[in-house]
Design a protein around this ligand. Structure first.
Ligand code: NDP
Length: 268
């Protein structure tokens, strides 16, 4: 019998997850279905309860429900506990289990696809929302030292306080970054959605620095700024999207799909 999966968000019609998981299923010969389901903003819990009662095996969770998904879980992986956010649910014996694969997805894209090892690297993580929370744990695990910059500095400080036990991390305003240089600068804000640039000072990039925007599918103001500042290594978040999906697929199906052909097809 076909096992059912879905991605739940609001809005969700733009999601590439159905296309990605269907490609993984074809490649690994898994008999699954995968659809996009828009939950009402006040109806995430009831949507999940419906899926569990209908026998779905799991789902992905996207904006704005990752924090609510965290609250719903009976059991959490270590990385989901650290992130306080969940993007992957497994339904097993009537229980809801939660994981967060965003950080693993980002790390696989940066270290494996882009060949940029993070051990001892100075990383600037911009943003203190769900995406930044989801990836910071994995950046620590890779051995990076991290500065978190956010428009609302209180949120950056709160995030740093949560994660300080795990590694070297500092909070900063954008202005206070002036005069510093970073090996990797990650845009985990939603500024690119509005075609805006976080208020970054000049001079943060060395020529070999990697500028990574989690947004994908367009040339963002951040990547344009990085190029104008002399950065030669630029990446969007499409690889992360496919890699986090592969990690979720692997949790559900216990088989790891090959991501390279899926990334290449989506880039076409
Ligand atoms: P949230 O709404 O949780 O957080 C938004 C963050 O962006 C906050 O830190 C906010 O700062 C900051 N921000 C918004 N606008 C601006 C601006 N103009 N200048 C500076 N900072 C700004 O969103 P998420 O964290 O969930 O998502 C962030 C982005 O990451 C989205 O674009 C999403 O598409 C992308 N993403 C990509 C993934 C992938 O697989 N490629 C996976 C997950 C997310 P403040 O607190 O000051 O308001």
């Amino acid at each position: 019998m076909t096992d059912q999966y879905a991605v739940i968000g609001h809005p969700v019609s733009h999601s590439k997850s159905p296309q990605i998981h269907q490609a993984f299923a074809a490649q690994t010969q898994q008999d699954i279905s995968y659809e996009a389901i828009e939950a009402p903003l006040d109806g995430f819990k009831s949507t999940i309860e419906r899926l569990v009662s209908e026998g779905y095996k799991g789902c992905n969770v996207t904006v704005p429900f990752k924090f609510e998904a965290f609250q719903l879980c009976k059991q959490l992986s270590g990385r989901a506990s650290a992130a306080h956010a969940v993007n992957t649910l497994l339904f097993r014996d009537g229980q809801i289990l939660g994981d967060n694969t965003d950080g693993a997805g980002l790390l696989a894209d940066i270290e494996q696809n882009l060949h940029c090892k993070l051990l001892f690297k100075k990383v600037l993580l911009m943003g203190a929302g769900g995406a930044a929370h989801g990836v910071i744990w994995q950046l620590f695990n890779a051995g990076a030292s991290i500065v978190v910059a956010n428009r609302n500095v209180d949120k950056a400080q709160q995030m740093v306080a949560e994660f300080a036990p795990y590694g070297t991390v500092f909070a900063s305003s954008y202005e206070a970054l002036a005069g510093k240089k970073f090996d990797v600068i990650i845009n985990a804000t939603s500024s690119s959605l509005a075609d805006e640039l976080p208020p970054l000072p000049e001079g943060l990039f060395a020529p070999e620095s990697l500028a990574y925007d989690m947004m994908y599918g367009r040339q963002t103001p951040f990547l344009k700024f990085a190029a104008a500042q002399g950065a030669t290594r630029l990446a969007d978040g499409l690889g992360m999207l496919v890699e986090q999906a592969a990690e979720a697929f692997c949790k559900w199906r216990e088989v790891r799909p090959d991501t390279a052909p899926v990334i290449a097809r989506l880039r076409e």
